[in-house]
Design a protein around this ligand. Structure first.
Ligand code: KG4
Ligand code: ZN
Length: 354
């Protein structure tokens, strides 16, 4: 079963062709350079960039797939969906005007080629990202339910009980900013540019991830599994007010290390609480922030303590937004008959995991 998937929920225009868990073709056009000077995603620019790129991105994903099947095919501009069974698209959550672009394209293709559509929740995609395989079927990694699933991205911070395929219960989530958003906002305050996560990771690494300033660990004693990162951002703001510009530059690595430590310690504490509460010691993790190697090693260590295992997306592009994870989640939806020819579904910017 071949699925063409489309993802445009934030600032990547992405399309992929997948077969079960295998990625046969994958294209991601990142808009990061476009949004850099705004310190975050600028919605109308994102929409326009998606509109400008979507045809080429989808066409390239399909052509790469078709050319791998028939090496002598010409690079025709006609999109040949002959070997595609379903078209999957991110329905939400995300930026309304960005989601719309991908959905419109998916509907247009489905209508013209009489294919069935599979709307996918972006968060389902991040949860399935640890199971996405390359075209040779690696990594093998079999399902062994139940899992705890962590989504740690620029838009979301959630702890989810992943009971079985497409069977989710949210155990905890952020009440305000997401973890990646907190890192991005901190980087902006520190004058480090966008996106903040990778640059904060590098600076923190340079001081061995040490935590000098001990910023507050938000909601750590709340007794529940929810997060809140906006107060942490405010405490960095007031801390910086007390420093003169030279001091800020001098202390930049320790500021990065300490801020990152506050965000990650909170995630680690809540994950440990979830392990104890549910008795589940297998965790799958998705979302852009999990590109962070220090966070990966701390989560691995935590799960080792509980004689379990932490699994991460096997290839770097799978931690950020991509269409391959949408195609893989869609495969499990197709198996459950969750597809339709009905073109009436709409973008759902605040879609949650039910
Ligand atoms: O999953 P993603 O690409 O987009 C959303 O769905 O939100 O996540 C983007 C987030 C940004 O906040 C970015 O700063 C963060 O992931 N990020 C990182 C790293 N790489 C990206 N955070 C920490 N360490 C990294 N290496
Ligand atoms: Zn995402």
């Amino acid at each position: 079963m071949h699925i063409l998937s489309i993802e445009t929920s934030a600032d990547e225009t992405a399309a992929a062709v997948t077969e079960e868990r295998k990625v046969l073709s994958n294209v991601i056009y990142s808009q990061i350079l476009l949004h850099k000077k705004w310190g975050g995603i600028y919605p109308s620019l994102a929409k326009r960039a998606h509109e400008e790129r979507i045809d080429r991105v989808v066409e390239k994903a399909i052509n790469n797939f078709n050319n791998s099947e028939t090496p002598h095919a010409t690079g025709s501009r006609e999109i040949n969906l002959k070997n595609i069974d379903y078209i999957a698209v991110t329905q939400g959550p995300g930026l309304a005007i960005a989601l719309e672009v991908g959905i419109k394209k998916a509907k247009e293709l489905a209508k013209n080629s009489d294919k069935k559509l599979i709307p996918v929740n972006h968060l389902e995609g991040h949860i399935y990202s640890s199971f996405v395989q390359n075209s040779r079927g690696n990594p093998k990694r079999n399902f062994d339910f139940p899992y705890l699933a962590l989504i740690i991205s620029g838009g979301h911070t959630e702890i989810v009980l992943f009971k079985d395929h497409l069977n989710f219960a949210v155990l905890g989530e952020t009440r305000d900013d997401a973890a990646g958003e907190a890192l991005d906002k901190a980087a902006k305050m520190l004058g480090l540019g966008y996106p903040g996560g990778p640059v904060i990771e590098r600076l923190a690494q340079a001081v061995n991830n040490r935590d000098i300033f001990n910023f507050p660990r938000p909601m750590i004693k709340s007794g529940n599994l929810d997060f809140s990162f906006s107060g942490l951002k405010t405490s960095l703001y007031y801390f910086l007010q007390k420093l003169d510009p030279d001091e800020k530059i001098q202390k930049i690595k320790d500021l990065a290390g300490s801020f990152q430590a506050a965000v990650f310690e909170t995630i680690l504490t809540k994950t440990e609480m979830a392990i104890i509460k549910t008795g589940i010691n297998r965790v799958v993790v998705g979302g852009g922030v999990i590109a962070n190697l220090y966070l990966r090693s701390r989560l691995r260590k935590l799960l080792k303590k509980y004689k379990g295992e932490a699994s991460f997306p096997a290839y770097k592009y799978l931690s950020g937004d991509n269409a391959a994870m949408i195609g893989v989640a869609a495969f499990y939806k197709a198996q459950k008959g969750m597809f339709s020819r009905d073109l009436s579904f709409e973008r759902t910017p605040r879609l949650t995991l039910s």
